[in-house]
Each structure stands twice: as structure tokens, then as C-alpha cells.
Design a protein around this ligand. Sequence first.
Ligand code: FAD
Length: 296
Amino acid sequence: MSASDLLVASAPTKTRFSFEVFPPRSNQAALALGAVIQHLAATRPEFISVTYGANGSHREATLDLLKHIRKHTDVLPMAHLTTVATPREQLEAVIQGLMDAGIHDFLALRGDNPRGMDEADPLLQDSLSSLELINLLSAARASRPAFTSVGRTAVAVYPTGHPQSRSLEADIDWLLQKEQAGASLAITQLFFYAEEYLEFVAAARAGGVKLPILPGVMPVSTSQQLRKVAELAGQQAPTELERAMDSAGGFAPELGVEYAIKLCRELLAGGAPSLHLYTFNKHEQVTAVLRELELI
Ligand code: FAD
């Protein structure tokens, strides 16, 4: 069986897509985001995921946004959740609170250590792993009345590696452990080249991982965003795109959209089951990408 056969093995019949948004940091941003959510929801995504500040910062804003999506759209909200520097009991309470609000889909993450926190801080030392969070989510589901909590647990993966990655093999083995603990979906960190995703998925399949792995793609609008994404991915930004954006004065959404369309085409041709689009709380760029791909 070839690598692309392995990819296709878990693909649904119709290409779907989903979005990521982050909680607004001001009242004005919240108003603008309300309109963005309506535009995103109108495209009928599979889900909209909402990021969570490490150490639970902006937790209320995350919860408000999840509830807003739940109440004002037909789209499934997915809550990112991090364990770092958060006691187990607090995490359990947050999970139950989210489930009480009708949110049953989660992206289970460890999160990054809060800036300035001493490595030896007991709160940090006692942080649960992402695997333990998956177990907490399964236990929370089991503790609720049958059929009231049938959500999915997603996890993060890093096609170009993570600073704490020991090796690709160890990453795949860790992912396999997460799948065995109940994860049913993985979403990738940003990357710039389709081969990076396709090779990672092929390695995961060879290692026995079966869950769908959604490529995370962000149509960047500015050179600054491009550099930020490159930093996140721990990679150099594609030189041509960076130069073109710089020559256009640094603000060039059309170039970011064009790059994302090409990347998505290659990902789908390689067998990606679905696309996860990082919106940066804007709808224009992601909907332009989906329209061009004829997915909306
Ligand atoms: P882990 O599961 O600990 O994995 C991190 C790395 O360490 C991986 O390479 C993994 O393979 C390796 N590793 C860990 N433990 C083991 C082990 N026992 N054996 C072998 N390898 C191991 N951060 C936020 O704060 N809020 C968010 O909302 C948020 N959303 C994200 C969404 C996506 C799609 C992605 C990709 C990342 C997101 N992040 C977010 C960032 C994430 O929290 C950080 O990258 C964090 O450092 C790692 O979290 P994790 O759950 O992947 O960690």
C-alpha cells in the first residue's frame, strides 16, 4: 500500500473543513468577532475551535465565546484546554462547567509554561500531561448521564517537530498512546510545505495511528504574521512569499490566500481528509480559500 493509500484509508467521502478562532481581548474585538462567527458559521464548517490561554488565562473569554457559538449558530464548538500549571481538581471543574454549557468536544493540550514561571514551581511540576487530560475527559464523559456527552477528543501534532520532541518515532508513539486513551482526531501545528504534513501522516500510519489528522493552514495577511507563524512552526518562512509580502509593503492578504490555496490543493491531492483553517479572527481570507477550492 502506498503512503497516499494509507492517507485515503481514513478519509470521509466529502472534504470538510473547520476553523480556529481565539477569544477577543476587548469589547470592540468581541463585537467584531460576533460578525466574523456568523460569516464562518454560514459556510457550515464541521466545527469551530476556540483557543485557551495557557494557565487558564482568558478562561472566561474562551467560555463566553464557546457559549456564543453554541447559542447563536448551528456549528459545533470545540474547546481547547491546557493542563499546564492547573491543579487536577480545577481542570475537572472546568471540564464539567464546559459540559454543563453543552460543550463536549475538546482539544486536549499540555500548553506552554507560563512566561516567567519558575521551572521548579510545584504548580508547574505537578501539571498533568496531555495524555492525562485525555483520561480526565474520558472520565468526565463517563460520569455524566448516558448520551448527554458524546463529544470528541482532539490532540495536537507537529509535522515539523516540537521543541520538546525527542524524535519523530517518540512523537508517533506518544500520539498512539493518546489515540489508545480516547483521542479520535489530531490537528497539526502550522507548516508551509505539503510534504511535511504528508510525510508526518505516512509515518503516523506506519506507526499504527488511525485517527484522522487534519492539516492546520493559515492564510497569512502580513509579513509580521508570516514571521510569527514561521516562529511557531520553528521553520524559516518561505523566502519567496516573505519577499513578495515585504515588497507589497508588509500587508498583502491576497498573497497569503494564494499561498494557502496552493498548499490546500496539494494537501487534498495527497489525501488530507479535511482542512483546519486558522482564521486569526477574520473571515475574508479563509472563505476566499474555501471558495477557490470549491468547498463552499
Ligand atoms: P505534549 O503532548 O506534551 O507534546 C509536546 C511534544 O512533546 C510533542 O512532540 C510530543 O510528542 C512530546 N512528548 C510529550 N510527552 C511525551 C512522552 N511521554 N513521550 C514522547 N514524547 C512526548 N496552546 C495554548 O496554550 N492554548 C491553545 O489553545 C493552543 N492550541 C493549540 C492548537 C493546536 C492545533 C496546536 C498544534 C497547538 C496549540 N497550542 C495551544 C500549543 C501547545 O499547547 C504547545 O505546543 C505545547 O507546548 C504542547 O502541547 P501538547 O498538548 O502538544 O503537548
